[in-house]
Every structure is written in structure tokens, then in C-alpha cells.
Design a protein around this ligand. Sequence first.
Ligand code: ZN
Length: 501
Amino acid sequence: MQTKFQELKTRLIEVNDINAASGVLHWDQSTYMPPGGATARARQTATLRRISHEKFTDPAIGKLLDALIPYEQSHDYDSYEASLIRLTRRQYERAIKIPANFMAKVATHTSESYQVWTEARPANDFDRVRPYLEKTLEYSRQCANFFPGYDHIADPLIEPRDYGMKAADVSRVFSELRKELVPIVSAITSQRPADDSCLHKHYPEAQQLDFGMEVSKKFGYDLNRGRQDKTHHPFMTKFSLGDVRITTRSKEDSLGEALFCTMHETGHALYEQGINMDFEGTPLARGTSAGVHESQSRLWENIVGRSKGFWKCFYPQLQKTFPEQLETVSIEKFHRAINKVKRSLIRTEADEVTYNLHVMLRFDFELALLEGEMEIKDLPNAWRERFETDFGIVPPDDKDGVLQDVHWYFGLIGGSFQGYTLGNILGAQFYASALEAHPEIPNDIEKGEFNTLHNWLKSNIYQHGSKFTAPELIERATGKPMTITPYINYLKTKYGELYTL
Ligand code: ZN
């Protein structure tokens, strides 16, 4: 039995290595590759993806999994052995249900659709992407139908990113949150907006990047197992537990850009760097879901990085780095500026309060499209109407409306957005539990000390990798299922100090 388990592990590590090689190619493409490399790179990535899929869906893996059932049952549920077999079986059973030729068709379609979108968005031309999007919706439904027996057609599409959450669960949590959030947004936006002009002076890039990296190291990012490079759309990527990289972007007329991108991606990287090293090379060695991953980026970026306590320690250093720009700006003014709330058109630029309304709009539209309640041709108008209801502003064009996010143009429709808001909710829930265990955390943060918080997150979340599903992990770490209460309390306390709520 031991040898069969070893054989399974060897095969999984091979698949992992091919995926890691794809990861390096993707990282290179997004950071240093000259544009001329694009065509060949797309081909190389597709080749690796095909080989990895073939290897993972090899019937030999299915046979090993069957043979290992008694071995799995003889180990505890949370043991390494049982967890690896359980997770592999779940992923294997999903992977073999999607035919290889379907995957190839979708890959070709999405790369064409992406290409058209890159031209259609600046031209504000929804009609150009419309036939592609219609095809994407058809593929999304087909994909869901490889998994008959679902409660909602979106469930099989949500599953690979947020396993254990169904459309109905997400909808319920979102509608509870919406009820609380709408009055907070109206209360804040009816008051005089924060003045954030202090962030929009000239800030040289090199100092911005250095400062961000100093903060990242303080949070606990291990540069012996990581590095930061520049890119257009920041992301975190991992080639092994010994090589977890982040990327950032900067704007010399906007101080927040690089700094908060770095903090955000550092949160993702701390999660991956904190995984038990024994899991290296196996499917256990990654964060368990999109929502839990995003909870870590949001926790470090927003709950820590935009808090008054954090800046009590770091603002004097920031002023020293940019004396001309910040000497006369008080910490109160700076804190208000980095927490400015405003109704805006673009999701990725939204503040932490209004952000969730952007996500809910997209999530609801995904469900309506998949259910057949809404057609692709209706999207631009539906977007404008819903935006006016939720934000009180009408997007002047489709470029900054329905065309703004890459997700639907470079992948399937369904399951792509809910993780962002689940992350906001969960970040606050985890942080509240860490505070219960260690009430000294806010004092530590004011001293620029993050070890207690980092260690709590490591032992309750990070080390487990994908051993537990998100619902299991949340219950273990916080003693209850996902709840919006800590997040609402966090928003009310923080924004109650900045505005009259
Ligand atoms: Zn993120």
C-alpha cells in the first residue's frame, strides 16, 4: 500500500512540475518577455497544459485512487495521507468529466475572444465582442452540464475556485451583506468626500517600490523564497514552496498604487509561503480556495495596511522618504486619504466599502445569464440600469461598464467574481478570531510588529494548504461557519471614526 501511495505521489509531482513550468512561462510573459514572444508563448503554454491534463487524467491515477481506498480509511481524516488521496480524488473526478477536445475548443475560443476584447474595449465596441460572449455563455452551460445533478447551473462553475460554496450559499450571504452595506455606502457618500490630493503629488518610483518592499518584509514575506517584479496587472505566483513571487505596478502621480498592490500580493504570498513544507510538489501545497486566498490579501492590505495603528508606526518613515510631499500632511489627513470612499465606475479601483457592490452586480449577472433569464445582448443596458440603482451613477460608455473586466472575455462565465467579496468577509472573520486569541495584536501593529498575527494565521490557515475545504477551514479556525458580522462590525467601527454613520 505504501508503494502505491508513493507511486501516486510521484505521478502527482510530475503533473505539478509541468504546471510549475507553465507558471514560470506565464510569470516571464507578464514581466520581462518582449512582445514578439507572444505567439510562441501561447503555443508553449497550451502544449504544457495539454501534457499536464493528459498525465493527470491517466486512468492509472484512477486505479491507484481505487486501490488506495483502504489506505485512506486507515488514516485520520486530517492526516497528510488521507488528505492527499481525498483531494486528488476530488480533482481527478472533476478532470475526467471534462473531455479533452472540449478543453481545447474552449482554450482556442477564449484566446480569440481575449484578443478581440483587447481591441473592442478601447474602441468602446460591445457589438464586436457580443458573438464571442454568446459562444462563451454556450460553452459555460456545456461545461456545467458535464456535472449533472447540480442544484444551480452555476454550482459546477463555482466549484473549482470556491469548493464547498454553492450559488445559493453565495446569494444568501450576498443579500445579507447588501442589506447592511447599502445604508453605509449612502451615509458615507452623502458627506463631504475625503481630500486625497496628498497622494497625487509626484512620487518617484524607486522610493515607492523600496518602501513597499520594506513593509512586505516586515509583514513576514521571506525574500529568500520570494521576489518582486513589475507588471501591468499585479499577481502572486508560486513555482514551489521555496519560490513564491509577487508583482506590482506603480504610478508616479499616485502614492497608493504600488504600496497597496504590494501589500495585497504579499498577503497572497504569505499564505503560500506558510504552507507545510512536507506538502511540496503535491496538490495540497496551495491555498484552499479563491475566497480564503483573497481573505489574506485583503486582511494584510486593508485591515492591517489601511489602519490607523499601522500608520502610527510607518507614517513617520513614509514622511522621511517623501519629505517634500508629506511634511505638512498630518497622519489624520493621510489616513482619510487612503480610505477615501466614493462611488466609482471601475471595480479594480473601488474602495473596500463600495467594492462588494461591484462584485454582487457581476455575480447576479452570471447567474441570470446561465439561467437564461438574461441574454448577452441585454448586458450593456442591464449594466447601466443596475449601476444606477446601486451606485446612483450611470456609466457613460461600455468601456468602463460591461467591457471593463477581463474575466468573461478570457474564461467561462460563472464563478469568477464571488471570491473577491467572500475574501472581504472572511478576512474580517479570521482577523476577529486572531484578536480574540491575542488581544495584543493592535498594539503590536502600532509598534510595527506582525509576528503574533502572522503566526496565528500560519497555524490556523496557512500551514494546512488545501488539506481542508474552505468551509472546514473556516469552522476550525473561527469556531463557526462563514458570517458577515465581523466584517460589518469592522466597517462600522473604522468608517464610523472617519465619517458620521
Ligand atoms: Zn488578490
